[in-house]
Design a protein around this ligand. Structure first.
Ligand code: DGL
Length: 272
């Protein structure tokens, strides 16, 4: 039986990806699942992020999602490969889980001319080296320079990202990245929260450097995936329904979610 497409994030960030997916593929049904009660994931250990992500993915499977997108770099970096290679074959062979890192790395390789690419991401994503490994997999000649930005997610989640205080941390992490190489000509915003600070980050990065956010990239790749995998496409229901679940209280989620999603959200609580 066909079911919704599941969109998972540790919290709100995945909504910046979901809004683009929904704009690109409005006819499908979607369930958004934010593990807000346990966010942020970016500062947690590999084992914890893997355990939490798998648990939430299994809940989405139980809600009939045959296809789940990890709209979170941290979860994609630390959990996706193990889920795909070790868990799915015996837990849920007919189900698929996709991430956000591979589509982004495939694109950046075509954009850079200097072969020096920068990544701004959470400490978890940086430590995992996932961007370095994925870029090298497709483009061995490209050098990847990473910068962890531990303050950005808390600033955004506390709605302080427009404040003057945020300027300091934007400037600091961008400078630390650009100091690693003067040839960087493409920078990936490797965290789904960061598009909320797009203007500030854009101002701090010289204009000749390309800046990539993931929403549209992931939406395009999902559309492409559904064309290439008709056996999965028929399992994705098309009645245009949306549902939002949060492990936090819905009142808290709904207040902040609109900032990321761009329109009003009415969520339901999910008890883990
Ligand atoms: N939105 C998540 C990402 O893309 C990070 C948020 C978190 O640390 O939980 O990496």
């Amino acid at each position: 039986m066909p079911g919704p497409i599941g969109i998972f994030d540790s919290g709100y960030g995945g909504l910046t990806v979901f809004r683009e997916i929904e704009a690109r593929l409005p006819e499908y049904d979607y369930i958004y699942f934010g593990d807000n009660a346990r966010a942020p994931y970016g500062v947690r250990s590999f084992d914890t992020i893997y355990k939490y992500t798998l648990e939430c993915v299994r809940h989405l499977f139980k809600m009939d999602c045959r296809l789940v997108i990890l709209a979170c770099n941290t979860a994609s970096a630390k959990a996706l490969r193990t889920i795909q290679q070790q868990d799915l074959p015996h837990l849920a062979p007919g189900y698929r889980v996709l991430g956000v890192i591979r589509p982004t790395t495939e694109l950046v390789g075509r954009i850079t001319h200097s072969g020096h690419v920068g990544v701004l991401a959470t400490p978890g994503t940086v430590q995992s080296e996932s961007y370095v490994l994925e870029v090298h997999h497709f483009f061995p000649q490209i050098q990847v320079f990473q910068q962890a930005c531990p303050m950005w997610v808390p600033l955004i989640e506390n709605n302080e990202h427009e404040s003057a205080g945020a300027d300091y941390f934007v400037e600091k992490y961008v400078q630390e990245l650009l100091m690693q190489s003067s040839h960087i000509d493409a920078v990936i915003l490797g965290c789904t929260h960061y598009p909320l600070m797009w203007d500030k980050i854009r101002q701090a990065i010289p204009a000749h450097i390309h800046m990539l956010a993931q929403g549209q990239i992931v939406a395009d790749r999902l559309a492409d995936y559904l064309i290439r995998h008709p056996e999965m496409e028929v399992l994705c229901r098309k009645t245009g329904q949306r549902a939002f679940f949060t492990t936090e209280t819905p009142e808290v989620f709904d207040t902040k979610a609109g900032i990321f999603y761009g329109k009003e959200v009415r969520s339901r609580h999910f008890e883990l």
